[in-house]
Design a protein around this ligand. Structure first.
Ligand code: ZN
Length: 318
């Protein structure tokens, strides 16, 4: 086994031959391999690149931030926000205690064996955790509704249907910092806003930028398989859109993927890649999140699944 070369683990069709090595490696390593395209001779020689920066170039900042996040489970930005908050020291201290989950709620009292039930004494409906006490308890919800105004509908543009004859494919990537895994999803609709097809795909172990790029690749493959002649791909990742339109710096960790994306796009006469605001990409976002619960195979939804039907309806209202 130790003398085998990588190409001996690749099938004739150019895919990973999972059955030849999946029983030898732990799942997290398999997840990492799943989002690496098997190498091919026509991709040129191997190169080094830094996958913590979209440019592929090493920066001290990205290495430092990675070390910090390993150390303090991504809480650094929260502590910074709390201590820079424009308010009194007393409130800053209260926020800091909340972030440490150390305010004396019923649930904390029960953990310390002071009481035998952690049910909220105000609503008698749920365990009184910090979030319940401060945000979710029915007795405090009206206060939040008064304080936090909902985003007005015209603050950011909503989803817009494409012109007749075109199919708009909204796509998104999602990264879960706890498991360090990513997924992507997308939804194709016509000029009436009619659901044509949706997809969700757990990619494996990668970052959010890689998830956005994989979303483009997955959508293009579906559009090609279905022979859609005029396609608009809409992503909320400006950097991914730019790298597809202008090329990515070399060497780049995703060079192989961007090359595949561009070469597939060249097979269309009518294809456009646009940047969309998050408000117009909510359906793709929901599908991408759903991908985390799936296996590594791509799931196709020929009809709108119930978990995102309300967003689909909202989009159609415009
Ligand atoms: Zn309550």
């Amino acid at each position: 086994m130790i003398n085998m070369a990588t190409n001996q683990f690749i099938s004739i069709s150019g895919e990973w031959n999972w059955s030849s090595f999946s029983h030898l490696l732990p799942q997290d390593v398999l997840n990492t391999i799943a989002c690496i395209e098997p190498p091919r001779d026509d991709q040129g020689p191997d190169q080094y690149s830094w996958d913590l920066e979209p440019s592929g170039n090493f920066t001290v900042k990205s290495a430092y931030l990675k070390l910090i996040s390993l150390d303090s489970t991504n809480m650094l930005h929260i502590w910074k926000k709390i201590w820079k908050c424009q308010t009194t020291q007393r409130i800053r201290f209260f926020l800091w205690s909340m972030a440490h989950d150390s305010i004396m709620t019923q649930s904390q009292r029960m953990k310390r064996h002071f009481i035998t039930s952690d049910v909220c004494s105000r609503c008698n409906q749920a365990s009184e955790s910090t979030l319940h006490a401060i945000r979710d308890c029915p007795t405090v919800v009206p206060l939040w509704k008064n304080l936090v105004k909902r985003e007005t509908s015209n603050a950011t543009p909503k989803w817009k249907a494409p012109n007749e004859g075109w199919i708009k494919f909204n796509i998104d990537g999602s990264h879960c910092p706890h498991t360090d895994s990513s997924s992507c999803g997308g939804i194709a609709r016509d000029n009436n806003g009619t659901w044509i097809l949706g997809f969700a795909h757990r990619i494996g172990r990668s970052n959010s930028f890689q998830a956005e790029a994989w979303a483009v690749w997955s959508a293009l493959r579906i559009a090609k398989d279905r022979n859609w002649p005029k396609v608009i791909i809409e992503t909320d990742s400006f950097v991914v859109m730019q790298m597809i339109q202008q090329g990515c710096p070399n060497p780049h960790p995703l060079d192989f993927l961007f090359r595949k994306i561009r070469s597939l796009m060249n097979t269309w006469n009518y294809i456009v890649i646009n940047h969309s605001g998050r408000n117009s990409n909510k359906l793709a976002d929901a599908l991408a999140h759903h991908g985390h619960s799936l296996s590594l195979e791509m799931s196709i939804f020929e009809e709108c699944p119930t978990f995102c039907s309300s967003i689909a309806e909202e989009d159609c209202k415009g």
